[in-house]
Ligand binder design. Sequence first.
Ligand code: AMP
Length: 466
Amino acid sequence: MSFASLGLSPAILEAVAEQGYSTPSPIQAAAIPAVLEGKDIMAAAQTGTGKTAGFTLPILEMLSKGPRVQSNQVRALVLTPTRELAAQVADNVDKYSKNTHLTSCVIFGGVKANPQMMRMRKGADVLVATPGRLLDLFNQGAIKFSQLEVLVLDEADRMLDMGFIHDIKKILKVLPKQRQNLLFSATFSNDIRALAKGLVNNPVEISVAPPNVTTKLVKQWIYPVDKKQKPAALAKLIEEGNWKQALVFSRTKHGANKLTKFLDARGITAAAIHGNKSQGARTRALADFKSGEVRILVATDIAARGIDIDQLPQVVNFDLPNVPEDYVHRIGRTGRAGAEGHAVSLVCADETKELFAIERVIGELLEREILAGFEPDNRLPESKLNTRPIRAKKPKKPRPQGEHHDGQHAANSTKQHKPKANGNGAARNTNRRPAQNASGKSSGSSSENPWGNSNGQRHKPSRRPN
Ligand code: AMP
C-alpha cells in the first residue's frame, strides 16, 4: 500500500516522501481514509506506531480544502498531556504542512504566555496545546473556537492520569458541537471509555498495536541487583557496553537528580528530565541528548511520555514502575521503526511484586541475567520463598548462604554461563531462567534464581504473545 492510495494530495505526499516514509504504518492505513471521510475515531495506539502522521496528514488534507483561518481562530485543535509531546506533534505538523498554505501554532505552560498570545492573533489552522495553558489563553480571549472543525485528544489515558479531566471537560464545553473527534489512547480503561462516550459519535475503532506486539522488536531482560549497587551496575553497563545513548527511567524526581550526578561524577555525561525542571532545562536536556552531547537521559515516566527519539538503542529501568502498563510505555521508546532495541531493568529484591505484575501484563517471562561483579546479596526474605520440594538433576554450584534450601534441587536447574559479550559489547554472566517444561508448567529454584517469583516458582503469565 502507498500513501498516494490513501487519498492524500501531492503537496502532502511530497512532504511525506521527504521524511523517507514509503509505506503507511498500520494505524495510518486505517486512520487516514476514515478521517478523510469525516468519521470520528477511537484508536488504541501508542507512540512509535506512527499515530501522529495518522491524524495529522488527513487533517492537513481536509484543512487545505477549506476556508482560511481568521484572527485568533483555530480549525484543528490537538490536545496533548505534556509540553514535550506538544512540541513534538507541532514539529510534525510543520514538516507535513510545509508545501501547503496552512499555519500552525503550539502553546504550553512553563514559558511566557505573551508571545503565544501574539502569535494567535493571526489564527492557526492547527493548534497543538496542553490543556492548562489553552484554557488560560481562551479565558483571556486570545483563542476562539468558532471555526473549529476537528479535535484530537492525543494520549488521552495519560491526560487522565495527569489529572486533566476537569480541564478537558471545560474545553469540550466551549467547542462547537458540530465537529470531528479523534481520540488516541495507549490503553482503553473504563475512565477513557467514559470520556469517549460523551466525545466521539459512532466512531471507527482502530486497534493496531497491542503492547506485546509492539514490543517484539525489543529484547528485554533483567539484572537482579542489590538496591545500593544499582548506580554502579548501570555505570558498568554503560561503560562496558560503550553505550552512546540510553534513556534511563527513574521512579522519582529526586532519584533522577541523584543518578544524574552520580553518572556525571563517573565521567558519563547525563541530564535529568522531570516535572521540577524548568521548561528551558527540559528542552535543553532533550536537545543535548538527541544531538549526542549527553549520553544518558534520566527521566521520570511523565516527562518521558511521548518523547520520540529516533532509533533509541537502549532503555533502562533503573527502578521498575509502580504501574505495570508504564513498563510497556517505557520500553516502547526503543525498538522503533523496525530497529531492534534493548530494554534492561535493574531489579532489587524490593521490586519483585512490580516485576511479577509486569510479567503478567506483557504475558512474558523476562529473562534474568547476572551482571558479573553485581551478584545480589539480598535474597528474598525466607517468608516469601517457596516451601514446596523442588527436584533437580544436578546442582550447578553451591548455594550461597541465607537462601531457602529444602535439600532438593530444581528440575531444570538454572544455567550459569561464562561471562560473554552481549549485543552491546557488555560482558555479562547469563543466569537464565529455566525453560518451560513439556507440560507448560515451569519450575525454578528460588535459591538459584533471584528474583524468581514470590513462592520461588515461575508463575504462568496470563497472556502469551504468539
Ligand atoms: P509516532 O508514533 O507518531 O510518535 O511516530 C513514531 C516515529 O515513526 C516517528 O519518528 C515518525 O517519524 C516515524 N514514522 C511515522 N510514520 C512512518 C512511516 N509510515 N514509515 C516510517 N516511519 C514513520
